[in-house]
Design a protein around this ligand. Structure first.
Ligand code: CA
Length: 223
């Protein structure tokens, strides 16, 4: 079971990560909202433990972005603000549970285990489209048994297209999910990375999987 812990207080993060590892979990950590969002969207976790007040991007907007990307991983919010409004906001945005700081580690562990039990295990570690296999747990993509040597952005893009396989993904959605920025109409950054991705995923193979939908975006599909 893998947990992503996003928290900016060094003491808290050290303490929680140590306790969770001792409890048998694999733990990855991020200390700001942007790094946390990148990690959450680049591989599959079983649980996100998310602080609300974070540098660069707060826990709410991070959660919104993660849910928008179609990631259903259970989320446990850590909040120092004991106000009903803040808790409701977190739950409305798709958090599954919350803990108000300060809390006892035993309570965090109990709630984490409860969320993991309730989780439908809707994890998509392994995705497969034709002869292309994508493993978001290991950040690996293989086609026809050949490992594709993708950069992190190329992998994020491929995984993002794969989660919506068969559907068109707009350029602006790609920019949002892969680069964390709002769409600028004149940017051709997507096309550049798609071209590089194609060179690795499609060029060496007969069947093309990355399709351009003119004026709209891209789709990963077999035909
Ligand atoms: Ca904080």
């Amino acid at each position: 079971m893998a947990i992503l812990l996003i928290e900016d207080e060094p003491k808290t993060i050290t303490f929680l990560a140590k306790g969770l590892r001792e409890a048998g979990f694999e733990v990855e950590t991020a200390t700001d909202g942007e790094a946390g969002s990148d990690l959450a969207r680049s591989r599959q976790f079983d649980l996100l433990i998310l602080d609300v007040m974070l540098p660069k991007r707060d826990g709410w907007s991070l959660l919104e972005e993660v849910r928008d990307a179609g990631i259903r991983t259970p989320v446990l919010f850590l909040t120092a603000r004991d106000s009903v409004r803040d808790r409701v906001k977190g739950l409305e945005l798709g958090a599954d549970d919350y803990l108000v700081k300060p809390f006892a580690f035993s309570e965090l562990l109990a709630r984490a285990r409860c969320l993991l039990r309730r989780s439908p295990m809707a994890r998509q570690d392994q995705m497969r489209i034709a002869d292309l296999e994508i493993d978001t747990q290991r950040n690996k993509a293989v086609r026809s048994g050949v490992a594709l040597n993708l950069t992190p952005k190329e992998f994020l893009l491929l995984a993002h297209l794969a989660r919506s396989a068969g559907e068109v993904v707009s350029r602006s959605k790609i920019v949002e999910h892969v680069w964390d920025i709002q769409f600028e109409p004149d940017t051709n950054v997507v096309d550049v990375v798609v071209r590089r991705l194609r060179a690795k995923v499609d060029d060496p193979f007969e069947i093309k999987l990355v399709h351009t939908i003119r004026g709209v975006g891209y789709a990963l599909k077999t035909g």
